[in-house]
Design a protein around this ligand. Structure first.
Ligand code: 5GP
Length: 190
């Protein structure tokens, strides 16, 4: 009998929705899940680590990897490149590992067009006002980058209805539980 393939769970959310915190909590609670570490040309934040949160590349390195067809999907968002490694994802799926992607909305739809049984989860803020407030408080972006992130929110919220599941992050622990329940359902589905 051939081995059951791993499921792909793509999680998207507007910037500042708390998606990274939710994913970190879930990976802590469900250590059997694999996190797909993306490549990016964005600068490393003070609380991030190379090869843990992202592989931080120069634009030249990233473009070379596009040339070599190393990404299953990639996007340019807020002037920076972000991409999912093809070999990493394929290997995990083949080995039956359930893999979480933290990815922008367009990347998630691209993944679904390639892996039709990927589950797409959209995490949404309680309101745009709350979101803008969270983004301003976290102080990880320059004013210019912050404005770009806020400008993008409307487009992201419009794509929400293309996702399989939508979770509102009103209260972190509740949102973590809800996403975990969805992931368990997806994993156990034949
Ligand atoms: P951040 O700079 O806040 O870490 O991420 C910015 C956006 O890029 C977020 O929406 C995040 O989910 C997305 N992102 C992270 N990795 C990837 C990836 O591999 N591919 C795509 N398309 N988007 C990604």
């Amino acid at each position: 009998m051939s081995q059951k393939k791993g499921k792909i769970i793509a999680i998207s959310a507007p910037s500042g929705t708390g998606k990274t915190t939710i994913i970190k909590n879930i990976l802590g609670n469900m250590p059997e899940l694999v996190f797909s570490i993306s490549a990016t040309t964005r600068k490393k934040r003070y609380n991030e680590n190379e090869g843990v949160d992202y592989f931080f590349l120069t634009e030249e390195e990233f473009l070379q990897k596009i040339e070599k067809n190393e990404f299953v999907e990639w996007e340019k968002t807020y002037d920076y490149y972000y991409g999912t490694f093809k070999s990493f994802l394929a290997e995990n799926v083949e080995n039956g590992k359930n893999t979480i992607l933290e990815i922008d909305v367009k990347g998630a739809l691209n993944i679904k067009s390639i892996f039709s049984d990927a589950a797409l989860i959209f995490i949404k803020p309680p309101s745009i006002e709350v979101l803008i407030n969270r983004l301003e408080q976290r102080k990880t972006e320059s004013e210019e980058d912050l404005k770009k992130r806020i400008d993008r929110v409307k487009m992201e919220l419009e794509i929400e209805n293309k996702f399989d599941y939508v979770v509102v992050n009103n209260e972190l622990s509740k949102a973590v539980c809800e996403v975990e329940e969805i992931i368990k359902k997806v994993i156990n589905k034949e």
